[in-house]
Design a protein around this ligand. Structure first.
Ligand SMILES: [Zn+2]
Length: 366
């Protein structure tokens, strides 16, 4: 794939490459508009791509989020939710002379790319995003810009996703097999976004669908936002044992817990993009790994960057080095920018060890 030549040859724009955003110790800052995008620490005005913990900081005075993401943001912010304001996708707001709008990122419910326009310069901050179909959120929309700030969670060529519909069919087949041998299926996935996407693909004719409390709370908010999901019940060991056919959707932290052991005979699987890599399933101590990710894979990453027409790309969250190298080789101005790694992360999260192992596995792959 080739990336289009830059548009900076346009004489009107020579010398005008003002940085609409800059990297500060609190995160990406727009000085012209006096606000931060996904700040890492409390600030006066935050513009937020989505509600995962590494993008949503507690303690800000004001938050601007998408209308679709407002319920989840409020749930996660608790007492800080009083400062939340929302705006639908595609509408714009003027923040001190900077035009700000949200565009679907396809990552989780309410996730947005933030488009910023100031003095003829257009920047887009992608947050986390994916191009694959997902019935639990609005589909990714490509936005043209001069500068694109992209994630690179799975920014290595080894990461290429299979069709999510086939993966969901595999999950149902695994569940059915366990049900036929009277074992409860535990399917672990991040409680915001991944869990609801997993739920959306489950075939409720196989058995009861039970949710861990952390998953259940967020699932309720998804339903309130109009997302259609199969019926679920709060996960109680007695119910699972009586049925013998239940599936339990739970966060990865519940794997191997005392709570999980109460459910009796079980099979355990983990759903994450990291499962694409050899060894990841074994490290997680589960029987099966389903490489279902809410981030772009390598081909989708390149496709998305190309579609923006951006001449400058800032790369964050993940394999920044390989992505910056690749983009630079294509003639783009690319640089890595710092990432906030504290706190919970979704898929990307899991931990630094997985990322390191992925890099070494890449080296070992044919
Ligand atoms: Zn995320």
């Amino acid at each position: 794939m080739s990336i289009r030549p830059t548009r900076s040859a346009c004489p009107q724009r020579q010398g005008l490459i003002a940085h609409v955003l800059e990297v500060t110790e609190r995160g990406l800052y727009c000085a012209a508009g006096s606000f931060y995008v996904d700040p890492w620490q409390p600030v006066e005005q935050a513009v937020v791509t989505h509600a995962h913990g590494d993008h949503l900081a507690w303690g800000c005075d004001r938050y601007l989020v998408t209308s679709d993401g407002e319920g989840i943001t409020r749930l996660r912010l608790g007492e800080w939710a009083r400062g939340v304001e929302s705006m639908p996708y595609g509408e714009s707001r003027n923040l001190n002379g900077v035009r700000v709008s949200f565009h679907p990122a396809g990552h989780i419910l309410g996730s947005a790319q933030v488009r910023l326009e100031h003095s003829g310069e257009v920047w887009v901050v992608s947050g986390d995003y994916k191009l694959d179909a997902d019935s639990t959120c609005a589909p990714f929309e490509s936005v043209e810009c001069h500068t694109f700030v992209t994630e690179s969670t799975f920014g290595l060529p080894i990461y290429q996703w299979m069709d999510p519909a086939l993966l969901q069919a595999d999950i149902n087949a695994w569940w059915k097999g366990n049900a036929e041998s009277a074992r409860t299926s535990f399917l672990f996935g991040y409680s915001l976004g991944k869990a609801q996407r997993l739920l959306s693909g489950l075939d409720s004719s196989i058995g009861p669908i039970l949710t861990h409390g952390a998953v259940g709370r967020i699932t309720d908010v998804y339903r309130e936002a109009g997302i259609v999901l199969p019926p679920t019940e709060h996960a109680v060991a007695k119910r699972a044992k009586e049925s013998g056919r239940a599936i339990v959707i739970a966060p990865p932290s519940a794997s191997g817990s005392t709570w999980a052991r109460k459910f009796g005979p079980s099979a355990q699987a983990f759903a994450s993009g990291w499962m694409r890599v050899r060894g990841a399933r074994r490290r997680r101590g589960v029987d099966r790994g389903f490489p279902l990710s809410d981030h772009v894979d390598w081909p989708q990453l390149l496709q998305a960057i190309s579609a923006t027409g951006a001449e400058r790309v800032w790369v964050t969250h993940g394999f920044t080095g390989p992505v910056v190298r690749w983009l630079t080789e294509q003639g783009l101005e690319a640089r890595a920018i710092p990432t906030r790694y504290e706190g919970e992360r979704d898929d990307a999260a899991v931990d630094a060890v997985d990322a390191e192992d992925a890099a070494s596995d890449e080296g070992a792959s044919p």
